[in-house]
Design a binder for this molecule. Sequence first.
Ligand code: MN
Length: 130
Amino acid sequence: MKRTILVIEDNEQNLYLFTYLLKKAGYDIVQARDGAAGVEAAIRRTPDLILLDIQLPEMDGYTVFRELQARPELRAVPVVAVTSYAMPGDRERMLEMGFSGYFAKPIDPNAFPEDLKPLFDVQRGTDASE
Ligand code: MN
């Protein structure tokens, strides 16, 4: 069975790129363009992995992440952060928060699907601030 990735991304170009690359790599893709729609889709579909843009309108990626953390039925779903404004220490901070992985934009389209693969098996951690 194909694995499903939920892509939560408000930028149409990025959404298109992720969808294109990951479909080509053999995944089913569910798209969400804002945080609320993303949380709703996660609950409805229970994807195998969630790719989460951090810079989202209204509900940002951190808030989306907390909403996901609050739902025990989604605990097993790895959440991978994608952010355009990478600051030193971002990766460490996000992994500490419980994200399963982290990518800085722009992603490398050639390496991305392969780099994502091992993250399906990375359990989400517990947010230390909970
Ligand atoms: Mn964005």
